[in-house]
Design a protein around this ligand. Structure first.
Ligand SMILES: *[C@@H]1O[C@H](CO)[C@@H](O)[C@H](O)[C@H]1NC(C)=O
Ligand SMILES: *[C@@H]1O[C@H](CO)[C@@H](O)[C@H](O)[C@H]1NC(C)=O
Length: 473
C-alpha cells in the first residue's frame, strides 16, 4: 500500500513538474515570439456626435474664444458656497484616509468665495489665444500658441492633451517654456491644447460611444483643419490614453509620442508583469522594483484609490447630480485627487498636502473650468465610454505601433511600467526618463522638468526619422 501511494505521488509530482515546465515554455515562447501584426480597426472620420438635425449645417470656421466668468454665475456660486450645510467632522486622528478632510473645506470654500479674484483669474486664463471650431457636430475648444522665434528656428507642432480631473489649465506654466527656444535646440513648439469633448469649453456628445478612439479622430481632424498633416503628441492621464490610441490608429500621422503615463495592458505585458513578480530582474532594473512590486501593494492601491473610476464608469450621471449642484462637493471630489495623485503619502497629511506644489489659485482655476462650464457629468461619462465591451472589442492594446515613443515616469505616478513591458506595444520606445520626484499632474507640478523632457524626446524623435530616412535610401 505504502509503496503504491509513494509511486502515485512520484507520478503526480512528475506530471505537475512536466505541466509547469510546459506552461513556462509556452509562456516564454509567447513572450519572445515575433508579434503578428493585427489590423488597425477603422474609425469613421466623420462620425457625428452632435444633434442629428444639425448635420451638414455647422460651419467649419475657427472662431476666437475667450473665457468668461460672468457676474450671474459668480453670484450663484457665492450663494451656494455661503448657504452650505455643516459638514460631518472627520474621525479622530484621520487626515485624508477617508477622503477629503472636512476640517479643511471651510478654508478652501471661503477662499473661493471671497479671495479668489474672478476677474483677475479670467484675465490670467485668457493670456493665451483660445479658439473654438465645430468638428463632427461638437464645438471643440483649444488653445493655440505660436512661438516667437527667429526665422532659422524650426517650428514643430505639438498636441498637448490633459485628463480627468484636469483641464487645459494643467499646461499654463509649461506653454511659455515650450514655445520658446531652449538652449541646445534648433526648434520650438507651436502648441495646440484642446479640451477633451465634454471637458471644460468643449461640448460633450449627445449620444453614447465617444471614447478615446473617437476623440482621437476628432483631435486628428482638428490638427488637419489647422493645417497639420503630421504632428507630435503629448499626454497625461486620459491624455496619455488618447495619445497611445492616436499612435496606434494613426501611425502615419503621429511623428512622435511623449507620455507621462505610458502603460500597456495586453496579454504579453500582463504575463511579463506576473513573471516579474517572481523574477523581478527579468523584467526591470533592480532599483525600480518597488515601483511595481509586490503586486499585492499595487492591487491594494487600486482597491483603495479606484472607487471613483468604477463609479464613473458605471453611474456617471448619478454622481454627476450632487457634483453639479454643490461647489463644496465638486471641490472636495476634485481636490482629493490632486492630493493623493500628486504624492501618495499626502493622504496622511491633515491638509492633504494640496499646497505642496500648487497654489490655491492654480487649483481653483482648474476647478472653475469645471464649475463655470457645468461639465463634471460629461467629463465623467468618458470613463463609461472607455470601459465597456465595445471599447475593448477594438483590441487596441494588442496592436503594436512603430511610432517613436518616450515615457516620462514620475515617482508618484499612478502606474509604473518598465520598458520591457512597454515595448510589447511600443516597439520604438526611444527612451524613458525616470524621475525621483513628481506625481500625476506633472506638467502642472513640475513644468520645467516636463518641458525639458519633451524637448529631449522630440529631438530624439527627429533623429530617429533622420536615421530611418537614411537607411531607406
Ligand atoms: C482683482 O484684480 C483686479 C486686477 O488685478 C484688481 O483691479 C481688483 O482690485 C481685484 N479685486 C479684489 C477684490 O481684490
Ligand atoms: C536614454 O536615457 C539614458 C539615461 O538617461 C541616457 O544615458 C541615454 O543616452 C538616452 N538615450 C537616448 C537615445 O536619448
Amino acid at each position: 500500500m505504502d509503496t503504491e501511494i509513494g509511486e502515485t505521488q512520484d507520478t503526480m509530482g512528475f506530471l505537475i513538474k512536466a505541466i509547469l515546465v510546459g506552461a513556462v515554455g509556452v509562456a516564454i515562447w509567447f513572450v519572445f515570439k515575433k508579434p503578428t501584426p493585427k489590423p488597425i480597426p477603422h474609425f469613421d472620420p466623420e462620425e457625428w456626435w452632435g444633434p442629428k438635425d444639425l448635420k451638414g449645417k455647422q460651419d467649419n470656421s475657427i472662431r476666437p474664444f475667450s473665457v468668461k466668468f460672468d457676474a450671474e454665475m459668480i453670484k450663484d456660486l457665492r450663494s451656494r458656497i455661503l448657504n452650505r450645510r455643516k459638514f460631518t467632522p472627520p474621525l479622530e486622528g484621520v487626515a485624508f484616509e477617508y477622503g477629503f478632510n472636512t476640517k479643511q473645506i471651510d478654508g478652501w470654500l471661503s477662499y473661493w468665495a471671497e479671495e479668489y479674484n474672478f476677474s483677475e483669474r479670467e484675465t490670467f486664463l485668457n493670456q493665451f489665444p483660445h479658439y473654438k471650431t465645430y468638428i463632427q457636430g461638437l464645438d471643440i475648444h483649444f488653445i493655440r500658441v505660436k512661438p516667437q522665434v527667429p526665422q532659422n528656428v524650426e517650428i514643430v507642432p505639438l498636441l498637448l492633451m490633459h485628463g480627468w480631473p484636469g483641464s487645459v489649465r494643467e499646461f499654463y506654466e509649461a506653454i511659455p517654456l515650450l514655445t520658446r527656444q531652449q538652449p541646445g535646440y534648433n526648434f520650438a513648439f507651436e502648441v495646440i491644447v484642446p479640451s477633451i469633448p465634454g471637458y471644460g469649453f468643449s461640448q460633450g456628445a449627445v449620444r453614447p460611444g465617444l471614447g478615446a478612439p473617437q476623440v482621437s479622430v476628432i483631435f486628428k481632424n482638428l490638427m488637419n483643419r489647422l493645417g497639420y498633416d503630421k504632428f507630435y503628441i503629448q499626454g497625461g492621464d486620459w491624455g496619455a490614453i488618447i495619445a497611445s490610441t492616436m499612435a496606434t490608429i494613426f501611425p502615419e500621422v503621429i511623428l512622435g509620442h511623449h507620455s507621462n503615463m505610458l502603460t500597456t495592458h495586453n496579454s504579453k505585458s500582463t504575463l511579463k508583469m506576473f513573471i516579474g513578480a517572481y523574477f523581478p530582474s527579468f523584467v526591470m532594473p533592480e532599483h525600480l522594483v518597488d515601483r511595481l512590486y509586490p503586486l499585492s501593494s499595487l492591487f491594494a492601491y487600486v482597491m483603495e484609490e479606484f472607487g471613483y473610476m468604477h463609479l464613473q464608469a458605471t453611474k456617471p450621471d448619478t454622481i454627476g447630480i450632487p457634483l453639479t449642484d454643490s461647489p463644496a462637493g465638486l471641490l472636495a471630489y476634485i481636490l482629493e485627487k490632486f492630493s493623493t495623485w500628486t504624492k501618495r503619502s499626502h493622504k496622511f497629511k491633515e491638509d492633504g498636502g494640496l499646497e505642496f506644489r500648487f497654489t490655491k489659485d492654480q487649483l481653483l482655476d482648474n476647478l472653475m473650468i469645471y464649475w463655470s462650464t457645468n461639465c463634471i457629468t460629461t467629463s465623467m461619462r468618458f470613463y463609461a465610454e472607455n470601459f465597456n465591451k465595445k471599447a475593448s472589442s477594438y483590441g487596441l492594446s494588442d496592436i503594436t505601433t512603430p511610432v517613436p515613443t518616450w515615457a516620462l515616469q514620475a515617482k508618484d505616478e499612478i502606474f509604473y511600467q518598465p520598458p520591457s513591458l512597454i515595448k510589447t506595444k511600443f516597439t520604438n520606445l526611444i527612451n524613458n526618463t525616470v524621475l525621483d520626484d513628481g506625481g500625476h499632474f506633472l506638467a502642472f507640478e513640475l513644468p520645467k522638468i516636463f518641458t525639458e523632457d519633451v524637448f529631449k524626446a522630440v529631438k530624439a524623435f527627429k533623429e530617429f526619422h533622420e536615421k530611418n530616412k537614411k537607411t531607406e535610401l
